[in-house]
Write a protein that binds this ligand. Structure first.
Ligand code: HEM
Length: 409
C-alpha cells in the first residue's frame, strides 16, 4: 500500500466513523468534511490498514464502473468489512458479491429473474395484502405498538420467505443468525458460526427442493444444481446472501423512514395526502438518499494503478465508497440535510452503482412504496410514543436501523 503525506499515522481517521450527537440521521461530520475538502483520502480500518475513502458522487460513479476496480476479496489488501468476513474469505465460494465480470455476470444472470421490475410489480398486490393484514393486527392490538416488530421486520421477511420458498415460521432463527453474522460487534468465531448455521439451513432446504420442486427461487437454484450449473455450496451461499439482504435492509428502512417523516410533519402530510404513485415513488427515493442505510462503505480493491484527483491509487490498494457521503454531496443534492420528498433524488447511490448495484432494488422500492403509502393513510394520527432521545438506534450492522420504534395513534 502507498503512504501519502496525509497519512501520518495519527491524522488518518478511523472508519467507520461514529455519528455525533445532534441529528442521528446525519452522516458523521468527518465524512462530510472529507467530501468537501479531501474527497480522495485515507482512513484506518479495524485491521490497521489504510484504504482509500471515496466520498464524491461523481468519483464513486467513475470508479464503481472502472474495470480496474475489483470486488475480489481474496486479493491481499482487500479492505474487509469485519474480522469475521476476513477470516472466512478462503472458504467462501464464488458469489455475485465477490466476483468480477465475466464470472459475476454469469452468476448474476442465474438469480436475476425474480428481481426484474416486471416480476416484482406482479408481487405488488401480495405485498399490499401483507401490509394491510399487519396494519389490521397492529390496530387491533395494544398501544403503544413497536413498528419494528409490527411492520418493519415482518413485511420484507414474509415477502423474501415467499420468494425464496423458505418457511416464514423460521424467521426468528434466520433473523437472529443474520444479525450476528453481519454485526461489527460479533467475534470472528460468532460470525462464522452464524453464517455456517444459515448455510446449513439453506442447504437442507435445497435438498428438499431438489426432491420436491415448487414455484420459488430455491427450487430454481436446485434445478441449476441438478443441471451442473452451480455447486450446492454456491447455491446455498447465494440463498443466504439473498435472505439476509432481502429482509434486513427494508426492515431497517420502514421504521427509519417513518421516524424521519414523524419528525418532518410537513413532508409526512405530502405523502399522506396523495394517491399519486409518482409522488410516493419520489418520496421513497428521497428517504433512501437521506437515510443511506448501508453506512459502512462498500468495499473494493484496485487491480491496476488509477489516477484520480491528483492522487494515485496503486494496484493492491483497498478502496471504500461511502455511499452516504455521495448522497449528501452538496454538488449533487443541494441542501442535503433537508428532507424534501419532492426532490429529484432517483440518482442517489443508496443501492450502490455499477455491476454490483443492488439486485433487490426493485423489490425494496415496491415494499417501501406500499408501506409508506398505506401506513400514514390508514393511521393518520400515528405518532411517537416516546421522545426522540429515547429511540434506540442500532449503528453496528452493515445497514443501520432501529431496535424498536414505539408508536401510538
Ligand atoms: C432498502 C433496501 C436495500 C438497500 C438500501 C440495499 C443496498 C445495497 C447496496 C448498497 C448494494 C451494493 C453493494 C456493493 O456495491 O458492494 C447492494 C447489493 C445487493 N443487494 Fe441490496 N439493498 C436493499 C435491498 C435488497 C433486497 C430486498 C435484496 C434481495 C432480495 C437485496 C439483495 C442484494 C444483493 C444480492 C446484492 C449484491 C449484488 C451484486 O454484488 O451483484 N438488496 N444492496
Amino acid at each position: 500500500m502507498t503512504t501519502t503525506g496525509s497519512e501520518a499515522a495519527s491524522s488518518v481517521p478511523g472508519y467507520p466513523m461514529p455519528r455525533e450527537g445532534g441529528c442521528p440521521f446525519h452522516p458523521p461530520a468527518t465524512v462530510r468534511r472529507l467530501t468537501a475538502e479531501e474527497p480522495v483520502s485515507k482512513v484506518r480500518i479495524w485491521d490497521g490498514s489504510t484504504p482509500w475513502l471515496i466520498t464524491r458522487h461523481a468519483d464513486q460513479r467513475a470508479l464503481l464502473t472502472d474495470p480496474r476496480v475489483s470486488i475480489d476479496e481474496k486479493r491481499p489488501g482487500f479492505p474487509h468489512m469485519t474480522r469475521g468476513r476476513a477470516e472466512v474469505v478462503d472458504v467462501t465460494p464464488p458469489l455475485i458479491t465477490n466476483t468480477d465480470a465475466p464470472e459475476h455476470t454469469r452468476l448474476r444472470r442465474m438469480v436475476n429473474l425474480p428481481f426484474t421490475v416486471k416480476k416484482v410489480e406482479a408481487l405488488r398486490p401480495a405485498i399490499q395484502k401483507i401490509t394491510d393484514d399487519l396494519i389490521d393486527t397492529m390496530l387491533a392490538g395494544p398501544k403503544p405498538a413497536d413498528l419494528v416488530t409490527a411492520l418493519g421486520l415482518p413485511v420484507p421477511t414474509l415477502v423474501i420467505s415467499e420468494l425464496l420458498g423458505i418457511p416464514y415460521e423460521d424467521n426468528e432463527f434466520f433473523h437472529r443468525q443474520s444479525t450476528v453474522a453481519l454485526s461489527h460487534t460479533s467475534s470472528a468465531h460468532e460470525a462464522a458460526q452464524a453464517s455456517g448455521a444459515l448455510v446449513g439451513y439453506l442447504d437442507d432446504l435445497l435438498g428438499q427442493k431438489m426432491a420436491a420442486p415448487a414455484d420459488d427461487m430455491l427450487s430454481e437454484l436446485a434445478a441449476r444444481i441438478k443441471a451442473g450449473e452451480m455447486t450446492r455450496e454456491e447455491a446455498a451461499t447465494m440463498g443466504v446472501a439473498v435472505l439476509i439482504a432481502g429482509h434486513e435492509t427494508s426492515a431497517s428502512m420502514i421504521p427509519l423512514g417513518t421516524l424521519v417523516l414523524l419528525q418532518n410533519p410537513d413532508q409526512l402530510s405530502l405523502l399522506r395526502d396523495t394517491d399519486d404513485p409518482k409522488v410516493v415513488a419520489a418520496a421513497v427515493e428521497e428517504l433512501l438518499r437521506y437515510l443511506t442505510i448501508v453506512h459502512t462503505g462498500v468495499r473494493r480493491i484496485a487491480s491496476e494503478d488509477i489516477d484520480i484527483r491528483g492522487q494515485v491509487i496503486r494496484a493492491g490498494d483497498g478502496i471504500i465508497f461511502d455511499l452516504g457521503a455521495a448522497n449528501w454531496d452538496a454538488e449533487m443534492f443541494p441542501e442535503p440535510d433537508r428532507v424534501d420528498l419532492t426532490r429529484a433524488a432517483r440518482h442517489h447511490q443508496a443501492f450502490g452503482y455499477g455491476p454490483h448495484q443492488c439486485l433487490g432494488q426493485s423489490l425494496a422500492r415496491v415494499e417501501l412504496q406500499v408501506v409508506y403509502s398505506t401506513l400514514y393513510h390508514r393511521v393518520p394520527t400515528l405518532r411517537l410514543a416516546v421522545p426522540l432521545n429515547e429511540i434506540d438506534f442500532a449503528f453496528e450492522g452493515i445497514a443501520y436501523s432501529l431496535r424498536s420504534l414505539p408508536v401510538t395513534w
